[in-house]
Design a protein around this ligand. Structure first.
Ligand SMILES: Cc1cc2nc3c(=O)[nH]c(=O)nc-3n(C[C@H](O)[C@H](O)[C@H](O)COP(=O)(O)OP(=O)(O)OC[C@H]3O[C@@H](n4cnc5c(N)ncnc54)[C@H](O)[C@@H]3O)c2cc1C
Length: 423
C-alpha cells in the first residue's frame, strides 16, 4: 500500500495532546483564514456539508475602527453576487462601503486625449464596483461562520498531510488534533504550504516592485470616481474613493522608492502626492499608517491535486497572484469559490464530493478566467512600464483610441466587472 506523508514547513513546537486527538471525518477541510478561506467554508456549510475550517489566525478579533482599515479592496459585481448568495452582502455595514460610478485612467504624457473614462451610466448599471475594507468583509464572514451549524472552526496550523490510496486524507494539526476529510480546500495564501506539500509547481515572476498603501482625506469631493495614473517613471498610482470624502491610495513603485516613502513623516506624506492628484482631489491629509506589499505574478500549474490522487483543490491566492493594477486578485479568488459552490450544488447525487470528475470540472471551469486575467494584467503592467518612445506613444494613443470606441470599452468593462453584461 502506498502512503504519502507530507510535512508542511516548520514542525510546530506544540506537543500532541492525547485528549485532543479526535478522528472526526468531515466532507471538507478548508485551510486558510483569509476572505477566500472564510467564504469557501461558509459556502460549503450552507450547502449542508460538514466542514472544518482550520487556520492559525481564525479567532483573532477584527475590530472596525472609526477610521478606515489598512487593506482596502475594489469589489466587482461577481463578488457582490457571491457575497449576496452567502447572505453576507446585506449584513455588511454599507455606510463603510463606497460605490464606484466612474473610473478615469490617465496616460503619462499629460495630454488631454490620453485618458480613458468608464462610467456606470455607459455600462447601463447603477455602479461599476464597490470599495470596502478587508476587515469589514472578514468580520461579517466571521459572524456568519459563528452561527453556521455545519461548520467547526479550529485555530491551528496544518503540520502534516497524509494521503493513502482508497482512504480520505488526514491532516495533523499544531494543537495535536488529527482531522480526516474527503476533500481539502487549500485557501492558505500565495505561499500555500499545502500546494507545495503535494508538489504542484508554479510559474512566478517578481515585478521588483512594492505596492504602498495609505488612506487620505481630500479637499475636493471624489465624485464616486476611481482614479488611476500611469506615471512616466513606470509607477502606477490609484486613488480609490471611500465614504466621507476619503480616498485609499495604492502606489506600485520600485522597491527602493517604496522604502523611501515608508520613512517619510506625516506632513511629507500629505505633500508627496499633492502634485499628481491636485486637479482631481485637491489637498490630501494622511489618515492611516502607510504599509507596503511585494508584487508578483504567480500561477499554479494545476488547480487540483496531482494524478496520483491527493484529494485537494486550490482556491484564491494559493492558485494565482496578480499585480493589483486592475484590483482583481480577491475577485478572482471569490469566483473560484463561486464555481465550487455551483459544482457542489449541482453535482450528481451518486458522486461523492471528492469524485475526480467534480475536481476536474472545477479545474476546467477556472482555467480560462484565471489564465486570461493574469495575462491581461501582466500585459498592461508591461505596456505601462516600457520606457521606449515608441511604446510610450503607442500606449498613450491607445488610451484615447479605446476611449472613443464604444465596443472595446464595453468589452473592457465586462472584463473588469468579471461578468457578462446583457442587453
Ligand atoms: C496592494 C494590494 C492591493 C490589492 N487590491 C485588490 C483589490 O482592489 N481587489 C481585489 O480583488 N484584490 C486585491 N488584491 C489581492 C488580494 O489582496 C488577494 O487576492 C486576497 O487577499 C487573497 O486572499 P486569500 O484568502 O486567498 O489569501 P490570504 O488572505 O493570504 O489568506 C491566507 C490564509 O492562509 C493561512 N495559512 C497559511 N499557512 C497555513 C497553514 N499551514 N495552515 C493553516 N492556515 C494557513 C493564513 O494564516 C491566512 O489566514 C490586492 C493585493 C495587494 C497586495
Amino acid at each position: 500500500m502506498r502512503l504519502i506523508r507530507y510535512h508542511l514547513g516548520m514542525r510546530s513546537q506544540t506537543r500532541p495532546n492525547p485528549s485532543q486527538q479526535t478522528n472526526t471525518q468531515y466532507d471538507f477541510a478548508v485551510v486558510g483564514g483569509g476572505i477566500v478561506g472564510k467564504a469557501s467554508a461558509l459556502a460549503m456549510a450552507q450547502l449542508g456539508y460538514s466542514v472544518v475550517h482550520i487556520a492559525p489566525d481564525l479567532h483573532q478579533t477584527i475590530a472596525l475602527r472609526p477610521s478606515f482599515g489598512q487593506r482596502i479592496y475594489a469589489l466587482s459585481p461577481s463578488t457582490k453576487h457571491l457575497l449576496s448568495e452567502l447572505n453576507i452582502w446585506d449584513g455588511l455595514d454599507h455606510t463603510r462601503i463606497q460605490p464606484v460610478r466612474d473610473m478615469r485612467i490617465y496616460g503619462d504624457r499629460g495630454q488631454q486625449n490620453d485618458q480613458l473614462h468608464f462610467s456606470a451610466f455607459e455600462a447601463g448599471r447603477p455602479e461599476l464596483a464597490w470599495i470596502a475594507e478587508s476587515d469589514l468583509i472578514e468580520s461579517t464572514l466571521t459572524q456568519a461562520i459563528r452561527f453556521s451549524k455545519h461548520l467547526q472552526s479550529i485555530e491551528a496550523s496544518v503540520d502534516e498531510v497524509r494521503f493513502e490510496p482508497n482512504t480520505s486524507p488526514m491532516l495533523s494539526l499544531s494543537n495535536g488534533q488529527t482531522i480526516q476529510t474527503k476533500l481539502i480546500i487549500a485557501a492558505d495564501g500565495a505561499n500555500s504550504p499545502l500546494r507545495q506539500s503535494v508538489g504542484i509547481e508554479i510559474d512566478q515572476h517578481s515585478y521588483e516592485q512594492h505596492a504602498v498603501v495609505a488612506n487620505f482625506a481630500c479637499t475636493i469631493a471624489h465624485r464616486e470616481t476611481a482614479y488611476q495614473w500611469f506615471l512616466a517613471n513606470g509607477d502606477i498610482l490609484a486613488m480609490l474613493p471611500l465614504p466621507q470624502q476619503h480616498v485609499s491610495m495604492v502606489r506600485s513603485t520600485q522597491n527602493e522608492h517604496a522604502n523611501h516613502l515608508l520613512q517619510l513623516n506625516n506632513k511629507a506624506w500629505s505633500n508627496q502626492f499633492g502634485a499628481e492628484v491636485h486637479d482631481q482631489l485637491g489637498e490630501l491629509q494622511l489618515q492611516s499608517t502607510p504599509a507596503s506589499f511585494p508584487l508578483r505574478r504567480m500561477k499554479a500549474h494545476r488547480l487540483i491535486g496531482p494524478d496520483y490522487d491527493p484529494k485537494l483543490i486550490l482556491v484564491g491566492d494559493s492558485a494565482h497572484v496578480m499585480h493589483p493594477l486592475a484590483g482583481q486578485g480577491l475577485n478572482l479568488g471569490l469566483r473560484d469559490v463561486g464555481s465550487l459552490l455551483q459544482i457542489m450544488r449541482h453535482k450528481e447525487s451518486y458522486r461523492s464530493v471528492d469524485d475526480r470528475v467534480l475536481l476536474r470540472r472545477y479545474e476546467r471551469e477556472r482555467e480560462g478566467d484565471t489564465t486570461s486575467l493574469l495575462w491581461l494584467t501582466d500585459r498592461l503592467k508591461k505596456l505601462f512600464s516600457a520606457q521606449s518612445p515608441v511604446e510610450k506613444g503607442l500606449r498613450n494613443w491607445g488610451l484615447g483610441v479605446v476611449n472613443r470606441s464604444h465596443m472595446i470599452k464595453r468589452q473592457l468593462i465586462e472584463r473588469a466587472l468579471g461578468e457578462q453584461l446583457h442587453g
